[in-house]
Design a protein around this ligand. Structure first.
Ligand SMILES: Cc1cc2nc3c(=O)[nH]c(=O)nc-3n(C[C@H](O)[C@H](O)[C@H](O)COP(=O)(O)OP(=O)(O)OC[C@H]3O[C@@H](n4cnc5c(N)ncnc54)[C@H](O)[C@@H]3O)c2cc1C
Length: 344
């Protein structure tokens, strides 16, 4: 029996176009596609016998993925958009948010209700379910600092899990969901600890200046400023297909930095506990790739970290471009770039 015919209750579409479900807008298809509005519905997709069902990929907005090709398994999206304030004590508030909520809708909810902590993360595309996967971050704030716990179900057994922040092994654009639990779980809810008396993070010069120009420093003006700056800096995937930063910023030891400084004394860096973080955008720009375009695959003209599909690029063309950039950066600076985007 065809394994895909075993689904009984949840509506499933076959040969489903993912063009509007990935922000590169690649014209690719999934063998099967379903939406679930309640976490328990995921159990319908758990095989009784190993190998019985097609592989599963949980999809959010497809803003951090690059599909190499048509997906030969089952894509599942959560449409659960509940937001529940579960406790409020003094300044402290705990909010449990379902995975189908758009990340920025939650930021807006928090700001509108006077709950601070995530305003710097305004306007990041994607869903709540994906935010712990790569520990989203921007303007000096990472979501890990506001996550209390993550809940969901294992895709192989249907068992529920509840992972406290410490067990999520969060790192820079990293977590357990990119390693040990990669592809093994459905994240149903993320619970956040926010504050009605927050301290603001305005250490990024450009953000501070923009907020100050608004005459008042509060959650709304910070959110407004972040959105303005992001709209100026980043290409909108609705206009040009992209998945935001394609590469992570590498961290290198002091000896390596000193070596590069002999040829490039102007190299920017941020000192960390374990080395020096180098902006990949500077490396790509200095290596001469910014604005490069071959057919419809390119490096954005204003944002060297962002690889773009100008219309009809194939996933392989973006991947080839990414690999050529990696080789060149390795050759010129001795640095191995790591992709931030998940390749499927
Ligand atoms: C223009 C642009 C700007 C961006 N700016 C930033 C930025 O400033 N900072 C930043 O950190 N990121 C940024 N990103 C990347 C992206 O927005 C984030 O990684 C976001 O969290 C991805 O969410 P998504 O719903 O689109 O996830 P998807 O791309 O759909 O999925 C990403 C991964 O998460 C998994 N996943 C998704 N939902 C679930 C779930 N419910 N359960 C289990 N696994 C799940 C998927 O299987 C996949 O492995 C940007 C992207 C774009 C296009």
């Amino acid at each position: 029996m065809n394994s895909l015919s075993l689904w009984k209750r949840t509506h499933m579409e076959t040969d489903y176009s993912l063009k509007e479900r990935n922000t590169f807008h690649f014209n690719i298809h999934a063998a099967a596609y379903s939406e679930i509005s309640h976490p328990e519905m995921i159990r319908e997709f758990i095989p009784q016998t190993p190998g019985e069902f097609a592989p599963i990929l949980i999809l959010g907005e497809g803003s951090n993925l690059l599909f190499r090709d048509d997906y030969q398994g089952h894509i599942i999206r959560s449409t659960d958009t509940s937001i529940e304030v579960i406790s409020e004590r003094g300044d402290d508030v705990l909010i449990r948010v379902a995975s189908g909520v758009k990340w920025d809708d939650f930021v807006k909810f928090a700001v509108d209700n006077g709950y601070g902590g995530i305003e710097n993360l305004s306007w990041i595309p994607g869903t709540i379910g994906a935010c712990p996967v790569q520990n989203i971050g921007a303007y000096g704030v990472e979501v890990k600092d506001k996550i209390e716990y993550v809940e969901g179900l294992y895709l192989d057994t249907g068992e529920v899990f509840h992972l406290e922040k410490a067990s999520c092994l969060f790192g820079y654009r990293d977590s357990i969901f990119k390693h040990e639990l990669r592809g093994r779980v459905f994240i149903s809810h993320v619970t956040f600890r926010l504050s009605s008396n927050p301290s603001y993070h305005l250490d990024y010069g450009v953000l501070k200046t923009r907020v100050e120009s608004k005459g008042a420093i509060n959650l709304s003006t910070i959110r407004e400023s972040v959105i303005e700056i992001r709209k100026e800096k980043l290409p909108d995937p609705e206009d040009i297909g992209n998945a935001g930063s394609f590469f992570k910023n590498p961290v290198i030891p002091e000896t390596h930095l000193s070596l590069i400084q002999q040829d490039y004394p102007e190299i920017p860096f941020y000192e960390l506990e374990d080395g020096y973080k180098i902006p990949t955008a500077w490396l790509i720009d200095t290596a001469g790739w910014k604005g490069y375009r071959q057919a419809d695959a390119g490096v954005h003209a204003n944002q060297a970290l962002v690889l773009v599909n100008y219309g009809n690029a194939e996933p392989s063309e973006i991947l080839d471009l990414a690999e050529n950039i990696c080789r060149d950066i390795k050759h010129k600076f001795g640095i191995e770039l790591e992709m931030e985007v998940t390749i499927v």
